[in-house]
Write a protein that binds this ligand. Structure first.
Ligand SMILES: CC(=O)SCCNC(=O)CCNC(=O)[C@H](O)C(C)(C)COP(=O)(O)OP(=O)(O)OC[C@H]1O[C@@H](n2cnc3c(N)ncnc32)[C@H](O)[C@@H]1OP(=O)(O)O
Length: 418
């Protein structure tokens, strides 16, 4: 076995990219041999310095990629984020500290660049807490039992006079980015998408060895013709023994920038002939989907799990970027051994802004960096974390005061997997 010191971890060169890409597929248990087209598509994600690899005797055995992202904070301001993805360690080299070396180097560089947070979607719950990340948003998938939903079987168009049209991939690439920008700027927890996101999700660029199957795309326009919503969905082909249709529509993604758009698109999906089940895809836990149906109980939660994980790199800018539900102050002691969030911080929240400064005053609450991330986006409560021992009250009632400041009216949502 090669010793730890002999394994070289460094930002890869373009020449190392094919070997890095093979290691990435191996780590994710995917076909390690990629075609030219996939390799070319993946190479578009190459940014000098941002793809790390570990090399044992010249062969890539671990991968790590980060990229620039914008994350929407509570209140609608965006912060620069270091988005972490493509983390793999080849099974022969696991538990030798390779992930720790790569993430340590990347988070230090992100902090140096001035990123306020790092973000990721964790494959497994137990990997990233030790690196100061906390689960900051929740993902919920609903399965709608369409016959039970109670929709009028004569439904043919949105009740509000808007329209729904089918579209193709080119339309989606044209209309989608602007629509998504509207959504994400208003949605705490949402992240920016680049052009490649739209190209890969519409089949214009093939990133994976698996064959591409085109989804259906539906576009909602308001009564005055403005594009306000869009959905991509697929359908299976299932028929019962009595020759009755039992087809499922599975939503890849659905964007609605107004409740009317969301309502129209969900009702459209639940009104397609032959479709008896609709699977919602990754939604917010407080999504209004069930309530767009006459019988909300027809929408059953089929998956609920942690989704976007956040690591606060700059406490001052993170706390000053968001808005607060009330005026008030709070002294937080963040325990983050050797990490950038460590210290005691005084938060002064006011209407229209907040200030955060280092302080020597006594702390109201003591918490770790992961708990700070969970509270920052407003998805978790300090009272719950206190009950779990993740937050310690140094002043009686401090968890309740923290919740009065930090809680948000709607839960954060990250629609994306990256
Ligand atoms: C954002 C994303 O890309 S998520 C995708 C993550 N990748 C995967 O899940 C692919 C399959 N798994 C892997 O590639 C690897 O096992 C990884 C990346 C999860 C871990 O890589 P390793 O190099 O083995 O991790 P490393 O040795 O640095 O571990 C550091 C510590 O975390 C612990 N740890 C690592 N992975 C896990 C896990 N899945 N569950 C629990 N603990 C873990 C290790 O035991 C170690 O603890 P210790 O310091 O107390 O001994």
């Amino acid at each position: 076995m090669t010793s730890r010191a002999e394994i070289d971890v460094h930002p890869i060169t373009e020449a190392e990219f094919p070997d890095w890409s093979r290691a990435l597929s191996t780590g994710f248990l995917q076909d390690p041999v990629l075609g030219e087209e996939q390799l070319r598509a993946r190479a578009r994600q190459f940014v000098p310095g941002r793809l790390l690899g570990a090399f044992d005797r010249g062969r890539c055995v671990a991968t790590y990629r980060s990229f620039d992202q914008r994350l929407t904070a509570v209140g609608g301001a965006e912060v620069p984020a270091d988005a972490v993805s493509n983390v793999t360690v080849t099974p022969t080299h696991r538990r030798r500290g390779l992930l720790s070396r790569m993430i340590g180097a990347d988070l230090a560089a992100a902090r140096e660049r001035g990123d306020v947070v790092a973000t990721l979607i964790a494959a497994e719950y137990r990997i990233y807490g030790r690196h100061g990340f906390g689960p900051a948003t929740t993902m919920t998938q609903w399965t709608v039992d369409v016959p039970r939903a109670g929709l009028d079987p004569r439904w043919a168009a949105p009740e509000d006079g808007g329209t729904i049209d089918l579209a193709d991939g080119a339309d989606v690439r044209k209309l989608g980015p602007e629509l998504h920008e509207r959504l994400r700027r208003a949605q705490p927890g949402a992240v920016s998408r680049d052009e490649l996101w739209w190209q890969a999700r519409t089949g214009a660029v093939r990133m994976h060895a698996t064959p591409w199957h085109e989804p259906f795309y539906a576009v909602y326009r308001s009564p005055d013709g403005e594009v306000q919503g869009m959905a991509a969905y697929r359908a299976d082909d299932t028929w019962g023994d009595a020759k009755q249709p039992l087809n499922t529509a599975t939503v890849d993604w659905l964007i609605g920038v107004t409740p009317a758009a969301e309502r129209a698109l969900w009702r459209y999906l639940c009104s397609i002939d032959w479709i008896t089940t609709v699977k919602s895809g990754w939604r917010s836990p407080d999504d209004l989907l069930p309530h767009y149906l006459p019988d909300p109980r027809a929408a059953r939660i089929s998956t609920q799990a942690d989704w976007l994980w956040v690591r606060v790199l700059d406490v001052v800018r993170a706390l000053e970027a968001r808005t607060y539900a009330a005026r008030g102050s709070l002294v937080l002691e963040v325990v983050d051994p050797g990490g950038p969030a460590a210290g005691r911080w005084r938060l002064e929240a006011e209407e229209g802004g907040a200030s955060c400064v280092p302080t020597t005053e006594s702390a109201d609450l003591v918490l770790d960096a992961g708990a700070l991330a969970m509270l920052w986006l407003g998805d978790e409560s300090a009272a719950r974390l206190a009950a779990l021992g993740r937050v310690t009250e140094e002043r009686a009632g401090a968890a309740l005061s923290a919740d009065a400041l930090l809680r948000a009216p709607r839960r954060p949502w990250c629609p994306d997997m990256f």
